[in-house]
Ligand binder design. Structure first.
Ligand code: APR
Ligand code: PHB
Length: 388
């Protein structure tokens, strides 16, 4: 098999990259080691920056997003006795959309299978070779157990945090890694409950952080800060609803409850690896960086990476110019570090540590964001996404 771009991983990064390249006349093959059902069922965050919506729309992926996505003008920040609304259009002229990453992936898979470039699920033993030459290749075993070789001009490692691509970059470069593991986790639920709020609520509470998000007018997505050692079996639905009601409590407001359809505990970490390139192998998305979920930057960063990467690959393969490919890693990493700082800052402001000094600093920061237009604008610009 031969293709211009071999793409490892059918998460949002790999799928969108394949689509952006196809629109520019560059062919690709996407290799995914999981099944279509698995990839389409993974529940992830659900906030799209304006940039992300613009890119998806430009790629012809905006139909259902514009029909079913919920346009949000801001968020609420809450601490005991106060629920303050930040108005993003007034602060920075931009807004965000609530549309689950799961839905983005379903839309991309459907488009790919309806006449897009080949997308192979259930492959195994994916290995990248000869990335320091102009003709790298990817070896893999297909779903029928046959050994295959994909000859490429360029390879994209969009295989997420656990994929094999990052290690290949590490072997040939002086790879640097930065990592922070946070001493808290999120317990997340999906519930058949009409959200009792028009915008997301980020709540600081002495018992810990809570986030009220949503997926549709009838489905709520809710999170509670818990200790990373907690086991989901120890959290009955009643215990979760009680924790949420306590942390979101506000006079005259009531949480809507309903059947819990999914619950899990998510670890929180920041991770950045550089460079994002070795020769003809380019990393994008979670393969190169992870942010904690506070601020919902993960998917948006993956989209920003593949926009840059698609431009670099078009220039490399069609114009035979290496400038954008050479600049890719540094350009992408500048945005990655901005989002890494923002997610770390939101996380640090909102999650209780048990230390009373930390609590006073957090409350002071929250009061500042809720009273100073300059401080609120800084949050709004980062949350809605800086220009690509
Ligand atoms: N071979 C083929 N595919 C692989 C391999 C492998 N050896 N290892 C991993 N993959 C696949 C995974 O199964 C997954 O479908 O690569 C894909 C990577 O997708 P994501 O983890 O969704 O990463 P990415 O596309 O970069 O999207 C980033 O996902 O994790 C969230 O918060 C993150 O929202 C962000 C987004
Ligand atoms: C979500 O809806 O899953 C979500 C929203 C906002 C966040 C994180 C997750 O900051």
């Amino acid at each position: 098999m031969r293709t211009q771009m071999g793409i490892i991983g059918a998460g949002p990064a790999g799928l969108l990259l394949s689509r952006l390249l196809a629109l520019q006349g560059i062919d690709s093959v996407v290799l995914e080691n999981r099944s279509r059902e698995y990839v389409e069922a993974r529940i992830r965050a659900g906030i799209l920056e304006q940039n992300t919506v613009d890119v998806l729309t430009g790629a012809g992926m905006g139909d259902r997003l514009h029909r079913e996505g919920l346009e949000h003008r801001g968020v609420y920040l809450q601490y005991p006795g106060v629920r303050h609304q930040l108005d993003f259009p007034a602060l920075c002229g931009r807004r965000v959309w609530v549309y689950g990453q799961t839905e983005v992936v379903k839309d991309l898979v459907a488009a790919q299978l309806a006449g897009g470039p080949p997308l192979l699920f259930d492959v195994s033993d994916v290995a990248v070779e000869d990335v320091d030459t102009d003709s790298p290749r990817v070896r893999f075993t297909d779903a029928d157990g046959a050994a295959r070789v994909l000859e490429c001009d360029v390879v994209a490692g969009t295989d997420g945090f656990h994929g094999p691509s990052r290690a290949v970059v590490a072997e040939g470069t002086g790879q640097q890694l930065w990592e922070r593991t946070y001493p808290y986790a999120w317990l997340g639920i999906l519930a058949d409950a009409a959200p009792a709020t028009d915008e997301l609520i980020y709540a600081w509470h002495p018992d810990g952080f809570a986030l009220h998000s949503m997926r549709s007018p009838s489905v709520s997505r809710l999170y509670l800060q818990v200790d990373p050692s907690e086991r989901i079996e120890d959290w009955s639905d009643d215990r979760i609803w009680e924790g949420l009601a306590t942390r979101f409590a506000l006079d005259g407001w009531e949480l809507s409850t309903g059947t819990v359809t999914e619950k899990s505990i998510l670890p929180m970490r920041s991770f950045v690896s550089a460079p994002m390139r070795r020769g003809r192998l380019f990393l994008a998305g979670d393969a190169a960086h992870i942010v904690p979920p506070t601020g919902a930057k993960g998917l948006n960063l993956a989209v920003a990476d593949v926009v840059l990467l698609s431009r670099a690959v078009v220039r490399l393969l069609q114009d035979k110019e290496t400038d954008l490919a050479d600049a890719y890693s540094d350009t992408a990493l500048r945005r990655v570090w901005r989002a890494t700082h923002f997610s770390w800052w939101m996380t640090s402001m909102l999650h209780t540590t048990g230390d009373p000094f930390d609590a006073q600093l957090q409350l002071s920061q929250l009061r500042r964001v809720c009273s100073s237009e300059a401080a609120a604008r800084e949050l709004a610009e980062n949350y809605t996404g800086l220009p690509l």
